[in-house]
Design a protein around this ligand. Structure first.
Ligand code: ADP
Ligand code: MG
Length: 466
């Protein structure tokens, strides 16, 4: 990830170089090495590199290098979420050393008038989210004609259908724009096509094609039905040490809330973040997470994009992401800058095609395994395992059970089951008598009991997994 290229080989402002030295940054990362000289030469750049590879500084250094502490707006950087805007602004402040640039965040959910006043007192760089930047522009607090530099972080997200019209609205008003930088971990072709609409013959730098650059993240998948996902989460969390931090991804805001509730019931100390929380709440949680006070966060994709927390050693995909690229962004929350990390994905039967597609698209090595054992010293599952045959059931909830006998008639099998399960005939489905075994379908609700009673009749019954 790090190269042997020192920052000092580029003609960066002395103060910037000094700043880097002060925080102990000596060598550029691969993406920095490849994109910084291009950006310094004035070219438009599209930079793709895996998560945690130092993209913020890759656009931040050339951008700040071109700015002066004049209080005039010279650069506009957009990010998809408020947290990410904050994080980028923090990182820029961290590396700007003594340049004295005023870097101001502009995003919704905070007092607009207060933001407007601080913009009026002078700003060199704005790091914002599109909605609030548009709002402030319409109210006359931001003059989009001014900035020379335009940067999109998490650019694939910024140019997807949700944001694209807003970005174009902003681009159209940036009459002074002379250089544009786009960075992300993934760039689907349609996003590059969209970017070409407003970029000037960009150089495309891709640093994550080589095998070597795959993050040191061990990836595992566990086949498990809905009913026992929480049990697996319990096992995974039980293995964590005090220094470890975990982020759990779900596909919906509602699932974030549900999972927070359920894990709290099982005495796990967890917090959830998603777009429906107030700005204040979100910031509080992120900062508790960053300083290690909070160990486990449950989040949606959007809320967690780009969040850089060093201590994250475990990523759990509670739901398989609907979007193929989101998987890469999710697991990239761990294994930051050379650290080790683990990513687990819980895969239900219906998720199999999607996880296979994800692995194939990004040539990922996701190892299929079982839920981990309980660590030494812990002898009880934090969350109890449920009996669950739903994974083997068909769409009508019928579970096929194989029995060893071939000399019972269909009628006697039905009789046996109905009397021992005390259930209606409807709970028993098709029965097939084969040469060396028979198969009987039993409704999911009764399947476990059916197994037990068949086995107690020495029929050697087992569920046929889907
Ligand atoms: P990305 O945007 O590619 O996911 P970040 O820009 O958030 O990654 O960087 C990840 C971490 O690496 C940050 O904590 C950042 O401060 C650190 N970092 C970036 N570049 C360097 C470097 N050249 N030397 C040391 N640390 C770096
Ligand atoms: Mg980033």
């Amino acid at each position: 990830m790090f190269t042997t290229t020192p920052f000092s080989i580029w003609e960066l402002n002395e103060k910037l170089l000094h700043g880097l030295e002060n925080i102990g940054w000596e060598f550029a990362t691969q993406v920095q090495k490849e994109t910084i000289p291009l950006a310094l030469s004035g070219k438009d750049v599209i930079g793709q590199a895996r998560t945690g590879s130092g993209k913020t500084a890759a656009f931040g250094l050339p951008t700040m290098n071109a700015c002066q502490a004049s209080g005039e707006l010279q650069a506009l950087i957009l990010a998809p979420t408020r947290e990410l805007a904050n994080q980028v602004a923090e990182e820029l402040n961290n590396i700007q050393g003594e340049m004295g640039l005023i870097i101001q965040t502009v995003y919704g959910g905070t007092d607009l008038e207060k933001q407007a006043r601080s913009l009026q007192s002078g700003v060199d760089i704005i790091v914002g989210t599109p909605g609030r930047v548009m709002d402030m522009t319409e109210r006359g607090h931001i003059d989009l004609g001014k900035p020379d530099f335009f940067v999109l972080d998490e650019a694939d997200r910024m140019l997807d259908m949700g944001f694209f019209p807003d970005i174009m609205w902003i681009v159209e008003r940036m009459s002074g724009r002379s250089q544009t930088l786009l960075f992300s971990a993934t760039f689907p072709q349609e996003i590059i096509d969209a970017a070409n609409e407003f970029m000037n013959d960009p150089d495309f730098v891709l640093t994550n094609t080589e095998k070597l650059d795959i993050p040191p993240i061990e990836q595992y998948s566990v086949r498990v039905g809905r009913a026992n996902k929480l049990w697996v989460v319990g096992r995974l969390l039980a293995r964590m040490s005090d220094e470890d931090q975990t982020i759990i991804f779900t596909n919906t805001k509602r699932m974030v809330d549900l999972l927070v509730q359920r894990l709290k019931k099982h005495r796990f100390d967890v917090e959830g973040i998603h777009g429906d929380l107030s700005q204040n709440q979100r910031e509080k949680i992120i900062s508790k997470f960053k300083n290690g006070e909070c160990k486990v966060v449950i989040a949606t994709d959007v809320a967690a994009r780009g969040i850089d927390v060093d201590g994250i050693t475990l990523v759990i995909n509670y739901d398989v992401p609907d979007d193929v690229d989101n998987y890469v962004h999710r697991i990239g929350r761990t294994g930051r800058i050379g650290r080790k990390g683990e990513a687990w994905v819980l895969v239900g039967r219906d998720d199999l095609p999607q996880i296979n597609k994800i692995a194939a698209t990004h040539s990922l090595d996701i190892i299929a395994t079982e839920a981990p054992d309980l660590p030494d010293g812990i002898d009880r599952d934090p969350v109890r395992k449920q009996e669950d045959n739903s994974e083997a059931a068909d769409v009508f909830g019928m579970v096929p059970i194989k029995i060893s006998t071939t000399d019972m008639s269909k009628y006697s099998i039905v009789e046996l089951l109905i009397s021992s399960l005390n259930c209606s005939e409807l709970a028993i489905g098709d029965i097939t008598i084969n040469d060396d075994h028979s198969v009987v379908e039993v409704h999911n609700k009764h399947a476990s009991l059916a197994l037990r009673s068949l086995n107690s009749n020495k029929l050697d019954a087992s569920i046929i997994e889907g």
